[in-house]
Ligand binder design. Structure first.
Ligand code: MRU
Length: 391
């Protein structure tokens, strides 16, 4: 790999508050640059290159979500919100608002945060005169981002409380807490901190040794490329494993808890997350390893009755028949790993039934993945904002 490729160009800004690290857990992953433009990190180039790019109009936001230059449920919700705000700069009447919202929503179907982010901005501007809509939408998108940072920080604190027993055991045995995670639910999947990994980063900041087993997460390998990159930047011990290794590690007692993020929780507690999550939940239950799903309450879709009703995104079969990597010359290349013309199917997410989820950890605390607990979360809506104001 040539240095010229992996070197960060001077023009590429580091996230605000990053302290000189491209992925400090508390640093913003999407920010407004000095030039007033929405700026974020190109996740399709990581871990081989750190490049930022700007999102200058609705089409750029839609394209970034569709091509996964930005990804992770909370982050695509934020990019959708900014996409709508940028669209309203061009035209802000009701038809333009509805059209932009529809186009942005069509980019990826599974993560409900996208629909939620678009609704939050649209609801904010609907009653305003057209001339005031673009600025109000921009301000709302910025608030959504601020809220996500605080939300994820709180998710981490609640996850740490949920981990009390495994933590006590790890401390008694003078060894690190051993967490297994799937896909990437770290800072760059969100505005900062991450969801599943928020607890890991905050425990590390408290001086608690943590070791993370990172599923590679075929076919796009977000675990290998993104989670390992984030953990390395923060100096947190981690080991990359093949997706199918987790069962053996759990059987051997080498995993204290599994924590994953998610893209949508149905009203009955079923969880949609990156494909492969379901098999980890089955293995965790078989070996009595606690299994938690960490997400902001905006990921809970009270209008979708069960996991069966969640649309699963099917992506290109080429993601299965080929692997992407960096060659000796520093070029990012796709290599075919299946016979030419091989039939392949690529569901990007799966459904973990509520019965396999030991805890849903939101900014409000940890609860069981049951209809009643989820309905109670819905009724408590708004409490987060009150608590945040009170500090
Ligand atoms: O297809 P991706 O990379 O957008 O999928 C991401 C995940 O499945 C994450 O686990 C989920 O969005 C939670 S992000 C905090």
């Amino acid at each position: 790999m040539t240095d010229s490729f992996i070197e960060r160009p001077v023009a590429d800004p580091l996230p605000p508050g990053s302290g000189g690290i491209a992925c400090a857990p508390s640093a913003r992953t999407l920010w407004i640059g000095a030039d007033g433009r929405v700026t974020t990190i190109d996740q399709t180039l990581l871990p081989f290159a750190y490049r930022t790019f700007t999102l200058d109009d609705e089409a750029a936001c839609a394209d970034a979500i569709r091509t996964m230059r930005v990804r992770g449920a909370p982050l695509i919700g934020a990019v959708g919100a900014y996409g709508l705000a940028l669209a309203l700069r061009e035209a802000a009447d009701d038809a333009a608002l509805a059209g932009a919202r529809e186009r942005l929503l069509a980019t990826r179907p599974t993560a409900v945060n996208l629909r939620w982010g678009l609704a939050r901005v649209a609801d904010r501007v609907r009653a305003l005169p057209d001339a005031e809509r673009a600025q109000a939408a921009w301000d709302e998108a910025a608030r959504l981002c601020d809220d996500d940072v605080e939300c994820n920080r709180r998710i981490g604190l609640h996850a740490i409380a949920w981990l009390a027993e495994p933590l006590a055991r790890a401390r008694a045995q003078r060894r690190p807490l051993r967490i297994l995670t799937h896909c990437n639910a770290g800072p760059i999947a969100t505005l900062a901190w991450g969801t599943a990994l928020s607890a890991v980063f905050q425990l590390a900041e408290q001086g608690q040794p943590v070791h993370v087993w990172v599923d590679e997460t075929r076919p796009r390998n977000q675990g290998a490329s993104l989670t390992c990159w984030e953990l390395a930047q923060a100096g947190i011990a981690h080991t990359l494993i093949a997706d199918n290794a987790g069962g053996l590690l759990m059987m051997r007692g080498e995993v204290d808890a599994v924590i994953v993020g998610c893209d949508r929780v149905a009203a009955n507690g079923d969880v949609a997350n990156k494909v492969g999550t379901y098999l980890k939940a089955l293995a965790a239950r078989a070996h009595a390893v606690p299994f938690a799903v960490a997400c902001p309450s905006s990921t809970i879709d009270h209008s979708t009755p069960s996991g069966r009703d969640i649309e699963i995104e099917y992506r290109s079969p080429r993601e299965v028949t080929h692997v992407r990597g960096c060659d000796e010359g520093g070029r990012i290349v796709d290599l075919r790993i299946a016979p030419e013309g091989c039939d392949a199917s690529n569901p990007a997410f799966d459904i973990t039934p509520a019965a396999l989820v030991d805890a849903l950890v939101t900014e409000h605390g940890a609860c069981r993945a049951t209809v009643d607990a989820i309905a109670a979360l819905n009724e408590g809506k708004g409490k987060f904002a009150e608590r945040r104001i009170q500090g």
